[in-house]
Design a protein around this ligand. Structure first.
Ligand SMILES: C[S@@+](CC[C@H](N)C(=O)[O-])C[C@H]1O[C@@H](n2cnc3c(N)ncnc32)[C@H](O)[C@@H]1O
Length: 324
């Protein structure tokens, strides 16, 4: 019902002001009797409230809509239709892997949702002392750039490159321009499942990225990250990691675990398992910090000597040249 109200544009309209059934029918371009029936059922289900002949959003929903939760709602609606359902979970259990990209129609919504998420969690990442002496961050699948933006604001000597799909980078460009950081944050089209991590970085961030990939693709990505960095360079992972905070998984962690089952990544590692995956790639975990507000965790790690046979040359450039 909430999705239907959003599709008709009513959540945004009603967040501005209460409306009568006639006003709603006209704005949503639906029959007046049907509009009245729809509104009545929304009231019965606690989604709207009625005061005389005016209908308004329930207080909790009003807060959600005005604080920018609609993009997330739209993405969840898409995921439910696409794969986050019984059929999708069964297909994933039988080996189906959905690609990491969201449908093109929802890239803008994802960009907005990620910016909103970054407002809550980026300050926790930015507090890590490891950024202080760093010069050039690789923000891999960095989305709308919320993390690169905050880190560059807090560390005036840091530059960043956000790597992501071309479709996403259009939105990143806007956020970076709004922040006035075009001179310090570069954007590079990049393919998560195969492109090397370019040379020239001395730290990397993987925020909400590993859950898009299954274990073998994660290992392969971590290997590419390691190959691009020098020994001692920091790698920060930010994701849902049930088991970091004491007690049972939070409702957010439990719900996100359904997502990772349905997308086929099966991303359920606790901190120890993720630490083992990273160690295999030559990246050693130094600390894991839960973020209470977002129920996510920040893993700070550093590149070690790497796998036998792998060079740990500065920024990986020599290694890449050797392969050419
Ligand atoms: C969940 S978002 C995380 C964004 C950002 N790191 C953050 O934490 O807000 C996942 C990101 O992966 C990007 N992505 C998905 N598939 C990709 C692909 N095949 N190549 C490059 N980026 C991809 C998406 O565009 C999106 O920005």
């Amino acid at each position: 019902m909430i999705e239907a109200a959003d599709e008709l544009g009513l959540l945004t309209e009603l967040a501005r002001e209460p409306l009568t059934p006639t006003e709603i029918a006209d704005r949503a371009k639906i029959d007046r009797t049907m509009a009245y029936n729809f509104l009545t059922v929304l009231v019965w289900n606690g989604i709207l409230t009625r005061n005389g002949d005016h209908f308004a959003l329930d207080e909790a929903l009003h807060t959600e809509v005005t604080s920018g939760a609609l993009p997330l709602l739209r993405i969840e609606g898409w995921a439910t239709r696409d794969h986050l359902n019984g059929t999708g979970i069964v297909a994933a259990l039988r080996g189906h892997r959905r690609p990491p990209e969201i449908d093109d129609r929802y890239v803008g919504a994802l960009a907005e949702a990620m910016l909103r998420g970054a407002r809550a969690s980026a300050p926790h990442l930015a507090r890590l002392p490891l950024w202080r002496d760093r010069a050039h961050l690789a923000d891999l699948a960095g989305g709308s750039g919320g993390y690169a933006i905050l880190l560059c604001r807090m560390y005036p000597r840091l530059r960043a490159t956000v790597y992501d799909r071309r479709e996403m980078l259009e939105h990143t460009a806007r956020a970076v321009a709004d922040a006035g950081l075009d001179d310090r944050i570069a954007l590079e089209p990049w393919e998560l499942r195969g492109d090397p991590v370019p040379a020239g970085h001395d730290c990397a961030l993987l925020s909400h990225v590993l859950h898009l990939l299954d274990a073998s693709a994660r290992a392969e990505l971590l290997g590419r990250v390691r190959a691009a960095l020098a020994e001692g360079d920091p790698v920060v992972v930010h994701d849902f990691l049930p088991g970091t905070a004491a007690g049972a998984p939070s409702p957010e962690e439990a719900a996100s675990a359904i997502d990772w089952l349905a997308n086929g990544s099966g991303f359920l590692p606790g901190p120890d398992e993720l630490g083992a995956e990273m160690a295999t790639a030559g990246i050693s975990v130094r600390g894991v910090t839960p973020i209470a507000a977002t129920r996510t965790a920040v893993v700070s790690a550093a590149c070690t000597l790497g796998l036998p046979g792998r060079h740990s040359s500065p920024s990986g450039s020599a290694e890449r040249k050797a392969r050419r």
